[in-house]
Write a new protein. Structure first.
Length: 421
């Protein structure tokens, strides 16, 4: 009798709570609860279908996956690496069904992926239903890969492409901004916290504070943009939601993020740019992951995680200032102590480490080096190669890296050779 009373009280409390919430929230709350109930009902009705998936497994493996579509870096990297593995026959005899985790960060990218993989909201119900039954892990698509330790991107070509209509639309958009068909341009980007603050509003600001050590000042990139403009390039400032407008009157430096930005143009520009000058962030990584574009990566943080697998990637890291000792850490100290793997702002704070942004001069030097390397006019020296060797000799060999092919900016190593000892 006691257990029945407890059950009755629990059911009564649940129903009363729902009625109170509907009374307080009105019709929209009622609709939301009805939608949730309908979703649960459909999920249970799908169980026979998922059982069939288990039965046909010896013939074909049907799997369900969640695309990490709420962040451009993961949406690009995780999905592209999946496609590379699929092409290279790592995933054999599989039929994969995906859905996007909202909010989708870029609708155009979702559209382009949707042309080559099955993406549907309905697949989310199948995914949840699959998880209700034993053996569900065998029927999930592994999408956790985000580091190209097996050089997948170098062994394959980009998997997404534009239609003829999209190509025309992109050319028209650039013409409207003031570029001719033959104009060359680069993209640049400084990571800041505005996107997470403004777009992912369901979390409190402090939830995202652990990312702050990755931020940098966009105005420190202007010297590089000016130098590249003198070399004939247009320079587009990228970013979905950014802090403040650019402080420049140069017509060849375009504040695209403020004036022209669209989901479509984001992807189109990534595809057509000569190279990307940017911080260690998702949009920077996307240029390489989606279209194999050269990257001049500045303000690199958690430097043991830097992208090392492509010869057309140059890095310069933020320097690590020890507040109590009033000096910079050497690379040997950074790697030996484990600081090179720190991924939370509090870790640097607890160890008394201040990350120092790259100067405008350092960023400009890296941009010029990338330009000249791509044009075949860069002249390396014996000293440069020796400094590179010293850096990579102390760089840890670990599960984070396969064959190392990228480089550290030459001028940065020349000016900071003391960090190599």
């Amino acid at each position: 009798m006691k257990s029945r009373s407890v059950l009755f009280f629990g059911v009564y409390s649940f129903i009363s709570r729902q009625v109170d919430q509907i009374g307080a929230g009105g019709f929209l709350i009622l609709l939301g609860k009805a939608y949730t109930l309908l979703t649960l009902l459909i999920t249970f009705l799908l169980i026979p279908l998922i059982l069939t998936v288990r039965i046909v497994r010896p013939l074909i493996l049907i799997r369900f996956g969640r695309l990490r579509s709420y962040r451009i870096g993961h949406f690009s990297a995780n999905t592209e690496y999946y496609l590379c593995n699929k092409e290279l026959s790592v995933h054999k005899r599989t039929f994969d069904l995906f859905y996007c985790i909202p909010p989708v960060c870029n609708i155009q990218l979702k559209k382009m992926y949707g042309r080559i993989i099955n993406i549907s909201r309905f697949n989310a119900l199948l995914y949840r239903c699959n998880r209700m039954l034993p053996g569900y892990k065998d029927h999930e698509v592994p999408l956790g890969e985000w580091r190209d330790v097996n050089n997948l991107l170098e062994r394959t070509k980009p998997h997404i492409s534009f239609t003829n209509e999209e190509e025309r639309r992109g050319r028209d958009a650039l013409c409207g901004i003031g570029l001719s068909d033959s104009a060359d341009f680069i993209l640049f980007h400084a990571r800041d916290s505005e996107y997470l603050d403004s777009f992912l509003t369901k979390r409190p600001r402090n939830h995202w504070r652990y990312h702050d050590y990755r931020d940098s000042n966009i105005n420190n990139y202007l010297a590089a943009a000016e130098a590249l403009a003198e070399r004939g390039y247009y320079a587009f400032r990228m970013g979905a939601i950014v802090k403040g407008a650019l402080d420049t009157a140069n017509p060849k430096i375009v504040d695209y993020a403020i004036k022209y930005r669209t989901d479509f143009l984001d992807i189109y520009l990534l595809n057509k740019c000569k190279f990307f000058l940017g911080a260690f962030s998702g949009i920077t990584n996307s240029a390489y992951d989606l279209f194999r574009k050269p990257i001049a990566c500045v303000n690199t943080t958690h430097i043991e995680h830097m992208w090392t697998w492509h010869p057309n990637v140059l890095h310069i890291p933020k320097k690590h200032w020890l507040r109590d000792e009033h000096r910079f850490m050497t690379f040997h100290e950074i790697f030996e102590s484990g600081v090179g793997r720190y991924m939370y702002a509090r870790q640097y704070e607890e160890d008394g480490i201040e990350l120092i942004e790259n100067t405008p001069e350092e960023i400009e030097s890296l941009a010029i080096e990338m330009d000249e390397r791509l044009k075949g006019t860069w002249h390396t020296t014996y000293e440069d190669e020796e400094l590179q060797k010293r850096f990579w000799d102390v760089f840890p060999k670990s599960e984070l890296h396969g064959e190392i092919k990228s480089r550290i900016g030459s001028e940065f190593l020349r000016e900071n050779r003391d960090m190599l000892y």
